[in-house]
Design a protein around this ligand. Structure first.
Ligand code: AMP
Length: 493
C-alpha cells in the first residue's frame, strides 16, 4: 500500500492542494483507484460516501486533464470529463472537491443542476469547461437546447449509481450514453449492487478494475447508535428535550417527507431552537442558505429528507437524529454516515414509534446487530397503541417528458433530483405487525414479520431491463490498461 499521494503518482500541484486540506495519507479506495484511473482503466467501485471516493476519482482525472492540453489554447477544447450524480447537493460537493484539489492545476470545472435558471449555465458552457459535474435531467435539458457538446468526453463517472437508479434516472442515463464518444473511460461508484446496477455496469464498463472498500468510518464502530422508543405524538417534545438537555448545537434531523421536515423545523424554531428544513421543494438559494448557516454553526437544527441530505458533508457533525426511520435500511446507513465522518466519532439517535418497528427490524438485520434501546423517563411508550400505516416516503420518478427551461419546480426533469421522490403520497402501506416476544425492552418489539414496506428498486421505471443497450463502447478491448492519460490519441483536439 502506498503511504503517500506522491507515491501514487500524483502531480506535486495536486499533492500540495491535498496537503493544504490536511490530507497526507490516501484512504484505501484512493490507493487503489488513483493509479488505475491515471492509467485510463475502467473502474467498478463498491464504495459509499465517507470512504474518500470523491478524491479517489477527481484527483487522477484532474491530473489527466492537467497533463494533456488538447488544443485548449486555440479555444477548441471540449468537455473532457462528465460526472453524473443523483442530487444537486452531491453535484455541488463533487465540483467543490474538484476546485479544491485542482487549485494549482489549470483545469476548469462546472456544476450543473436543475431548479435554477438555465441561462447562466448556458453562458458558462460557452467558456472552457474541462470537468462537468451534472445531474442527468438538467444535462438533458441542455442537450435538448443544443447548448452542450458532449463529443469530447473522455471519461464518464457515474457517482452513487445505485441512488441514480433508485431515483429513476436510468432512462436519462440511457439517453446520455449514446451522446458520448464510444471509446471512453468509465468509472462507476455504487454503495450497493442490485441486479439493475450489475446490468448497467456490464453494459458500460470495459474490463473494469473492481474495488470494494469498507466504509472508512464504519458506522457500527464510529457512530454511537441509540433508539428511543416513544409514542408517535411525543417525538417532538422528546427531540426538544434531547437537544436542550444534551446541549446539542449542530443536529441533522431526518424526516420521511418534505411536509414533515417543514412542520418540524417550524415547530422547533417556534420553541426557540433555531431550525430550517432542507428538501427538494426548497429553492436552491434556500437550501444553500440553510446548509451554510448549519455549517457555520448559526443554525442549530437542519431538518432534512433523505434525498436532500444525500451528499451533505459536514466535518465533525456530532448529532444525527432519525425523527422518523427511513423506508429502506440502506438509507439509515447513509443517514448515520453523515456523522462520524473522516474518523471522528458521532452519535445517531432514532426516535422510534410503534409504526416503525418493522423498519427497525430491517435496519438491525442489515447492520447485523441490535441497536441499544433506551426508554427515557417521561417518554415511556404506551404499549397498547396499535401501529398505523406509514406514509409513503418515496415515489418512483415519473418518466421525464418536457425539456424544462429554467422552471423552478424542476418538473419531471431530473432538473430537480431532490424534488420528486419524497412526496408525501398517501398510499397505504402494508401494516407493520409488531410481534411481542423475543424482542428487546419495550413491548411490541421490533421483531416483526411480514414484508418490508419500503420495497426498493422493484418497480423502478425503466428498471430491470438490460443496461447494455446503446451504451456500449464497441469492442474496444485494446483499452484495457493500454489507454494512457489522454486516452484516445487523436480525438479530443
Ligand atoms: P467522500 O467519501 O468522498 O464523501 O469523502 C469523505 C470525507 O473524507 C470528505 O470530507 C473528504 O474531504 C475526506 N477525505 C477524503 N480523502 C481524505 C484523506 N486522504 N484523508 C483525510 N480525509 C479525507
Amino acid at each position: 500500500m502506498s503511504s503517500s499521494f506522491a507515491e501514487l503518482g500524483l502531480l506535486p500541484a495536486l499533492v500540495r492542494a491535498l496537503g493544504e486540506r490536511g490530507y497526507t495519507t490516501p484512504t484505501p479506495i484512493q490507493t487503489q483507484a488513483i493509479p488505475a484511473v491515471l492509467e485510463g482503466r475502467d473502474l467498478l467501485a463498491a464504495a459509499q460516501t465517507g470512504t474518500g471516493k470523491t478524491a479517489g476519482f477527481t484527483l487522477p482525472l484532474l491530473q489527466r486533464i492537467a497533463q494533456i492540453d488538447f488544443g485548449r489554447q486555440n479555444g477548441k477544447a471540449k468537455i473532457r470529463v462528465l460526472i453524473l450524480t443523483p442530487t444537486r447537493e452531491l453535484a455541488a460537493q463533487v465540483e467543490e472537491s474538484v476546485r479544491h484539489y485542482g487549485k494549482y492545476v489549470d483545469v476548469k470545472s462546472m456544476v450543473m443542476f436543475g431548479g435554477v435558471n438555465i441561462n447562466p449555465q448556458k453562458e458558462k458552457l460557452n467558456r472552457r469547461v474541462d470537468i462537468l459535474v451534472a445531474t442527468p435531467g438538467r444535462l438533458l435539458d441542455h442537450v435538448g437546447q443544443k447548448t452542450i457538446d458532449l463529443s469530447g468526453i473522455d471519461t464518464l463517472v457515474l457517482d452513487e449509481a445505485d441512488r441514480m437508479l433508485d431515483m429513476g434516472f436510468i432512462r436519462d442515463i440511457r439517453r446520455i450514453l449514446p451522446l458520448l464518444p464510444a471509446d471512453r473511460q468509465n468509472l462507476l461508484f455504487s454503495a450497493t449492487f442490485s441486479d439493475e446496477i450489475k446490468t448497467l455496469a456490464a453494459g458500460i464498463l470495459n474490463n473494469p478494475l473492481e474495488i470494494e472498500v469498507a466504509r472508512r468510518n464504519t458506522p457500527a464502530e464510529l457512530v454511537t447508535q441509540r433508539v428511543h422508543p416513544v409514542d408517535r405524538d411525543k417525538k417532538r417534545p422528546l427531540l426538544e428535550r434531547l437537544i436542550r438537555d444534551g446541549d446539542w448545537h449542530q443536529v441533522l434531523v431526518f424526516t420521511r417527507t418534505k411536509h414533515g421536515a417543514n412542520r418540524l423545523a417550524e415547530q422547533l424554531d417556534k420553541s426557540g431552537i433555531s431550525a430550517l428544513p432542507i428538501h427538494g421543494n426548497k429553492s436552491q438559494s434556500a437550501r444553500e442558505r440553510a446548509l451554510r448557516e448549519f455549517k457555520d454553526g448559526s443554525l442549530r437544527v437542519l431538518v432534512a429528507t433523505d434525498i436532500a441530505a444525500r451528499g451533505i458533508d459536514i466535518d465533525g457533525l456530532p448529532h444525527v437524529v432519525n425523527y422518523e426511520l427511513p423506508n429502506t435500511p440502506e438509507d439509515y446507513v447513509h443517514r448515520i454516515g453523515r456523522t462520524g465522518r473522516a474518523g471522528a466519532s458521532g452519535e445517531a439517535v432514532s426516535l422510534v414509534c410503534v409504526d416503525e418497528f418493522k423498519l427497525l427490524a430491517d435496519i438491525e438485520k442489515l447492520m447485523k446487530r441490535r441497536l441499544e434501546q433506551v426508554v427515557l423517563p417521561g417518554f415511556e411508550p404506551d404499549l397498547s397503541v396499535a401501529p398505523e400505516p406509514l406514509r409513503k416516503a418515496r415515489e418512483p420518478r415519473p418518466p421525464r417528458q418536457k425539456p424544462a427551461g429554467g422552471n423552478a419546480r424542476g418538473g419531471a426533469g431530473g432538473g430537480k433530483p431532490g424534488g420528486r421522490s419524497e412526496g408525501p403520497a398517501k398510499q397505504p402501506q402494508p401494516k407493520p405487525r409488531p410481534k411481542a416476544g423475543s424482542g428487546p425492552k419495550p413491548a411490541g418489539s421490533p421483531e416483526a414479520n411480514g414484508n418490508r414496506s419500503g420495497n426498493r428498486g422493484g418497480g423502478q421505471p425503466g428498471g430491470g431491463n438490460g443496461g447494455g443497450g446503446n451504451s456500449k463502447r464497441g469492442n474496444s478491448g485494446h483499452r484495457d490498461g493500454s489507454r494512457r492519460p489522454g486516452g484516445s490519441g487523436g480525438r479530443a483536439g
